[in-house]
Ligand binder design. Structure first.
Ligand code: MG
Length: 248
């Protein structure tokens, strides 16, 4: 009897290991944790403590050449890329944190070595500034010894191509969704990080990626039934505001 139980348990364990479990990425950190806020340092720490595989965050380059964490295009009615960080000194996130400088955020990330950084560069209107943002970002990530733990993502095709050029050892995923699996491969992407609707609209897309050795990340999958559907699609990563539902 005991032997049968052990055998059954082993089989169960084997089945669980064999069925692909997507890696869980906290979208803008685990910002729903107590005392947290989107793109805050606290949200990153909360994602790490929850046991997420990765934590996603959004980065802008300000007019005075500071890389900062922030999601929206504008702040106080002005585009973030036109603001000086020095003028934002009094700005507070909803949890009371100052607007994080990327360098301060990465110093904290160095203390949590088990979580992957999913670095989204926001699409800047000024192409030259965007290219500078990529260069500054790659340099900072490399100088701080975090390159082996960083994936780059962007809606900006130009920014992605620059990441691929400057950081060929890193994985780069495209967010916007119009490139085919073949185009992603040709351009040197690691895979797609596309909206859920694209995967649902083309159920063969995950296979098309995998056939080419590319990976599939899906966003932003919050509802438990959508999370189950994403797992059934065979994606490699799920980006979610509700990582606690997936991380067990
Ligand atoms: Mg983002």
């Amino acid at each position: 009897m005991k032997r049968t139980t052990t055998l059954l348990l082993s089989l169960l364990l084997l089945t669980t290991t064999l069925s692909a479990q997507p890696k869980v990425i906290a979208h803008r950190g685990y910002w729903r944790a107590e005392g947290s806020a989107q793109n805050s340092i606290k949200s990153f720490v909360a994602a790490a403590e929850l046991g997420c595989w990765g934590s996603e965050f959004d980065v802008w380059l300000t007019a005075d050449d500071q890389l900062i964490l922030y999601h929206d295009d504008s702040l106080g009615g002005e585009r973030v890329e036109k603001l000086n960080y020095t003028d934002l000194a009094d700005y507070r996130l909803s949890n009371g944190e100052p607007l994080p400088l990327l360098v301060d955020f990465l110093r904290v990330a160095q203390q949590y070595p088990d979580i992957q950084l999913v670095f989204e560069l926001k699409g800047h209107h000024n192409r030259e500034r965007e290219m500078l943002a990529v260069k500054l970002a790659v340099d900072m990530i490399e100088q701080m010894g975090l390159a082996h733990r960083t994936d780059y993502i962007s809606f900006s095709h130009a920014a992605c191509k620059e990441f691929i050029r400057l950081a060929p050892q890193n994985k780069v995923f495209y967010l916007r969704g119009e490139l085919t699996a073949g185009q992603l491969l040709d351009e040197g992407f690691a895979g797609a990080d596309y909206h859920g609707g694209i995967y649902v609209g083309n159920p063969k897309f995950v296979d098309e990626l995998h056939k080419r050795g590319l990976e599939a990340n899906i966003w932003t999958i919050n509802d438990p039934s959508d999370q189950r559907r994403a797992i059934a699609l065979g994606v490699d990563y799920i980006t979610t505001d509700y990582p606690e539902l997936l991380v067990k």
